[in-house]
Design a protein around this ligand. Structure first.
Ligand code: SAH
Ligand code: SF4
Ligand code: F3S
Length: 458
């Protein structure tokens, strides 16, 4: 494995020689979840070592990379549209086009690319991201189209260069893949089986980030709490160890699975002062019948019981969640169960999705699909409930003192600063720039649906 990465460093060097004094630019387009964002940071790390510099302007790019997602349908149209758009530019200036990520693990998508977009240069998958330097070198030298997608599970590669998007908050992938096969979901098919990084590799990465001044770490995986560091070292052990690292002030993690939320993980969250007391607890549906069809391995009652146990053990804990509406067979009664859980838990944040059929998953083959119209109506009803709860929740913040990690100046108002509470709410306030990257106390003075306004207490 190590040799594989050393090999790629040699290709990085060769491409860098090819690119010398050419001032070449790349443009990257990332879809999907934080894991993909983190992969893109590695792609950018490799590209910059190869002598490419980043540009926001697609027209001046010599290399265009798409890092794709396929968890829901709309991404496909978006990708094909964009790839179509750059055809002319490719003809005019020889732009290299590389497409990678989850969607490339789907055979029907790769076939469509071959057929309708034959000018794409490189297709790489989720298990071959690290070989991008070699792929680019081969395109430069042989200009032969490259398909570098493999179906077997990739290894865990360490030591790739990385260029991070932010200098206060950073993501650290701790495990790859998923073994759960929820019946609606494509992820296990495109990301392969679970494999965890070694504890020392993760801890060294976090220490390195701390030494560079990072304050907040998000541990990433499709299933973080089934992390297995070997020799009995579990997710809870990792939480305790990350919590000890000096300089890091906040720890978050996504996504845990309710079925793996063992007591030791709950204890660790309660014990570790740096772990943010907002827990993402993906519900998907509130109906025990639907949860069974979805292969989620918990019931409505078990979910509520888990939330209750956490509330009991972790003072002031709050939750965020993911919900799918309109999965195959969902009745009005099932949907009411979902609303019921939302009313009971009062989530801080709900990521809501309309079920999207994915080729190759059991859900796609089920015959009792819910008509689009009904799915949309249910989605709107859920959204209405969630938004009314957000206002209600926000109001509870008014008058309280919140610890806020200051992230920078507000995009909409450069005279204001912006930061986040431990519960991940955006707070806008007046202050001087030296506060950026500090954690400060703010008094919340008003709420505005998607953000709160705060004031420094004198
Ligand atoms: N591993 C994570 C989630 C990965 S995908 C977890 O288990 O929570 C992120 C979210 O996308 C899922 O939680 C689910 O709510 C949603 N999702 C997955 N497949 C979907 C589909 N086919 N249609 C609509 N939403 C989907
Ligand atoms: Fe998909 Fe389920 Fe795995 Fe999450 S746990 S990635 S929803 S199969
Ligand atoms: Fe999408 Fe792949 Fe993430 S399918 S949600 S980018 S793991």
């Amino acid at each position: 494995m190590k040799n594989e990465i050393e090999e790629q460093y040699k290709y990085i060097e060769k491409v860098r020689e090819n690119n010398e004094n050419k001032n070449l630019k790349y443009n990257i387009f990332t879809m999907g979840c934080q894991l993909n964002e983190n992969d893109s940071e590695k792609i950018c790390g490799m590209l910059e070592k190869m002598g490419y510099s980043s540009t926001e302007n697609l027209n001046e790019a010599d290399l265009v990379i798409f890092n794709t997602c396929c968890v829901r349908e709309n991404a496909e149209d978006k990708l094909f549209g964009k790839v179509g758009e750059i055809k002319k530019q490719k003809e005019e200036r020889g732009t290299i086009i590389a497409i990678g990520g989850c969607m490339m693990q789907e055979k029907h998508i790769v076939e469509k690319l071959h057929k309708s977009y034959p000018y794409v240069d490189i297709i790489f998958g989720t298990h071959t991201l690290h070989k991008l330097p070699e792929d680019i070198y081969k395109i430069q030298e042989e200009s032969k189209k490259i398909d570098d997608v493999i179906d077997i599970d990739g290894e865990v590669y360490e030591g790739l260069p990385i260029k991070r998007n932010d200098n206060i908050k950073a993501s650290v992938t701790i495990m790859y893949g998923c073994n759960n096969f929820c019946s609606y979901c494509i992820v296990p098919y495109v990301r392969g089986r679970e494999r965890s990084r070694k504890p020392e590799d993760i801890l060294n990465e976090v220490k390195d980030l701390a030494s560079k001044g990072y304050k907040e770490i998000t541990l990433l995986g499709q299933n973080v709490n089934s992390y297995d560091g070997g020799e009995g070292y579990k997710f809870s052990n990792l939480l305790y160890d990350v919590n000890k690292i000096q300089g890091i002030e906040r720890i978050r993690f996504v996504s845990p699975h309710p079925k793996d939320f063992t007591d030791d993980v709950i204890e660790a969250i309660a014990d570790c002062d740096k772990i943010c007391k907002i827990i993402h607890l993906p519900l998907q549906s509130g109906s025990s019948k639907m949860l069974k069809v979805m292969n989620r391995k918990y019931t409505k009652e078990q979910y509520l019981e888990l939330a209750r146990k956490m509330q009991e053990r972790i003072p002031n804990v709050v939750f965020s969640t993911d919900i799918i509406v309109g999965f195959a067979g969902e009745t009005e009664e099932d949907f009411e169960d979902t609303l019921d859980v939302v009313r009971k838990i009062k989530f801080e944040q709900v990521y809501m999705f309309i079920y999207s059929r994915r080729v190759g998953t059991p859900g796609d083959k089920m015959e009792n699909q819910v008509p689009e119209e009904i799915k949309h109506k249910r989605f709107d009803r859920l959204k209405e409930l969630v938004e009314s709860q957000i206002v209600e929740n926000n109001q509870k913040y008014i008058g309280t003192i919140q610890r806020v990690l200051v992230e920078g100046t507000s995009k909409n108002n450069p005279n204001m600063l912006t930061g986040r509470t431990e519960s991940n709410k955006v707070v806008i306030f007046e202050g001087t720039k030296d506060l950026i990257d500090k954690i400060i106390d703010l008094k919340i003075v008003s709420e505005h649906m998607w953000y709160l306004k705060g004031k420094i207490e004198m």
